[in-house]
Design a protein around this ligand. Structure first.
Ligand code: ZN
Length: 279
């Protein structure tokens, strides 16, 4: 398991965020953009097709032209949030100079992408970060996050407003520091990755349970992983003692801390858990 997403270097991260926000301001309204219209304005063609499991998206440079392939076998629908995220990710490979130059130089004739934080590759993480900031530009994201409810409900409001994926909205939620929280992504094998907000209070909670068999029977994450019927509001929720999630905690007051645990199923892509401190 990766203990966290390896961080991009801060200045680089800032640069890419600013580039994406600049493009979003240029081509969008109210912080909401349409990746296809950005591509059109840049004379980048695209098509949707069924390419099995080979990639989510691909940016190709051929005969002096850029073309984006989007794989419906993994993106479900043309307008699915995951398709939008992948489209934005491919635009990242175009707008980030180093990525585009590598393609144009013929060093890498086509770029196959696996999006949405499933890849550990630096180039992929940069394109994911670009996509996140293109679809949820910083200023607009913070405004929307501050007027939304705390927790999963708020994340889903943000996700719907920006029409982006739940995973990307959730990660930005943790990264932006709107609320002290831990975000975890699960697949059939257990914990795939986690991300903590930068708050000091949350830094004490470092090593969560990594396998479903160690989760308590009343854990929303466990219900979601087992495929229980999802409640009408879209996710599972319950209170959780910190010690059930962080068995290595030594300090008694930390062990007794109470989290709100919320878990949501991501179809074929596993389960996402949000933990934040109950007040
Ligand atoms: Zn990529």
């Amino acid at each position: 398991m990766k203990t966290s997403l390896t961080e991009l270097e801060l200045s680089r991260e800032q640069q890419i965020a600013e580039l994406a926000e600049f493009i979003a301001e240029d081509y969008g309204t109210g912080g909401r953009v349409e990746p296809a219209s950005i591509a059109r304005k840049k004379n980048i063609t695209h098509n949707f097709g069924y390419y099995k499991n080979a990639f989510d998206g691909m940016l190709e440079f051929y005969d002096k032209r850029f073309h984006i392939y989007l794989n419906l076998s993994r993106l479900e629908r043309y307008e699915s949030p995951r398709a939008r995220f992948t489209f934005a990710h491919e635009l990242g490979h175009y707008f980030i100079d180093e990525h585009r130059n590598a393609l144009q130089s013929g060093f890498a004739p086509a770029h196959f992408s696996v999006c949405e934080y499933e890849s550990d590759n630096l180039v992929e993480r940069e394109a994911d970060w670009f996509a996140s900031n293109l679809l949820m530009p910083q200023t607009h994201f913070l405004r929307k996050a501050q007027e939304s409810q705390v927790g999963m409900k708020g994340v889903l409001e943000i996700q719907r407003y920006f029409n982006t994926s739940i995973t990307s909205a959730m990660l930005r939620y943790a990264q932006s520091g709107v609320a002290p929280c831990v975000v975890m992504k699960w697949n059939a094998n257990g914990l795939a990755w986690k991300k903590q907000s930068g708050h000091e209070v949350i830094q004490a909670f470092r090593r969560p349970v990594e396998y479903p068999q160690y989760l308590p029977e009343n854990s929303p994450t466990l219900w979601a992983l087992r495929g229980a019927k999802t409640p009408a509001h879209g996710f599972f929720a319950a209170h959780a003692k910190a010690e059930s999630w962080f068995p290595n905690l030594k300090d008694a007051s930390l062990r007794d801390a109470v989290f709100i645990e919320q878990a949501i199923r991501l179809g074929q892509f596993g389960v996402l858990t949000l933990l934040y401190l109950a007040d």
